[in-house]
Design a protein around this ligand. Sequence first.
Ligand SMILES: Cc1ncc(COP(=O)(O)O)c(C=O)c1O
Length: 445
Amino acid sequence: MTLLSDQTQLHPDKLDAYWMPFTANRQFKAAPRMMAKAEGMYYWTPEGREILDGFSGLWCCNAGHNRKPIVEAIQKQAATMDYAPAFQMGHPLAFELADRVAKLAPPGMDKVFFCNSGSEAVDTALKIALAYQRVKGEASRTRLIGRERGYHGVGFGGISVGGMVANRKMFGTMLGGVDHLPHTHNLEHNAYSKGLPAWGAHLADELERLVALHDASTIAAVIVEPMAGSTGVLMPPVGYLKRLREITKKHGILLIFDEVITAFGRLGGATAAQVYDVQPDMITFAKGVTSGTVPMGGVIASREIHDAFMVGPPGAIELFHGYTYSAHVLACAAGVATLQLYDDEGLFERAAKMAPVLEQAVHSLKGTRHVIDIRNFGLAAAVELEPRAGAPGARTFDTYLGCWDDGLLVRQAGEIICFAPALIVEESHIARMMETLKAVLGRVA
Ligand SMILES: Cc1ncc(COP(=O)(O)O)c(C=O)c1O
């Protein structure tokens, strides 16, 4: 094998300083899994071993890896202007990217605020929601409602409205005044659903219970992932999001869709809002906007929300919020090139076209050892495993490791193996992903 990188020579001491995120550091450093090169649907390890990417990196490289137009746009921009101040100053690519994002968004949602990650996008949206209620004269609306099993990144706002206990329990009381809807995952009713599960729309009515408990006049916003990705690809039950929209509207509560995973093609359209035909008041995005190449996130807000801030003297700053790297010029260059590539290659339509291929392939694993559920929508799919007695997550982690050993990158979420291939995926890649997982499940204890 050709060595791709001198990272193969890394002495164990060199692994010491990096405190890795969401990683079992000691276990990893004892047996590292490194990537050194990527192209199209593949990664290569430093030793030159090929890994089929079944997960678009981490739900983000939607256009596939190292796509030439994106790489060239970043290179060109880096050589032209490295950085421009973000406050009281602009650069043309920021306006161009905002315009392109707005054109992809649902009608009336045409104001775009930039930040650098999904977590920042969530905190930005929550802050806009609170500030919006206040500028509208409804300052008593300070509560935020999230959902169990929701993932909204790792900022204090995001973990407060999020619903993953491991991400919350170590970090004190977080934001006050937050409550949660129940999650919608139910194997008894919905196991082996293809597309949206039939059972569970009524779970949106739990919002009425929270309104009865807290009173609508105290609630600023509800935030949900239209499809919950990080806790294992949980699809919204048929009718659930529409119901949530009706109830939020009735009570003057803003609805935020966290589309960090779902925006930019994952479900076969520009946003989940359009695919599911439910319009929120704000959409958060990140990942796919630059196909994972340069960190970027943002919030798409309705014109109504934005315009509520455009009062007072024209020289006054309307929203005291922003980041040094908001609309970073390298990210904007990557974003413009990425959205152009999605358009040129019709990749959102391609995702919709490949969705039935993934559905058929992943559901063919029904009956495989350890499997207790399979679900899918768009180019996202999950295979849920029976936990090993007394060792939560262990079987699924072994499965994830087995896939890595066999040249396939998947993602483990608790007892769930997740797939989210790039939108350029071919039928043969999908077939190889399923064959690999099947073979691994055949040998994992
Ligand atoms: C729905 C959702 N929101 C927020 C985030 C956080 O994004 P980041 O890791 O870029 O901060 C993620 C990350 O996976 C996500 O899936």
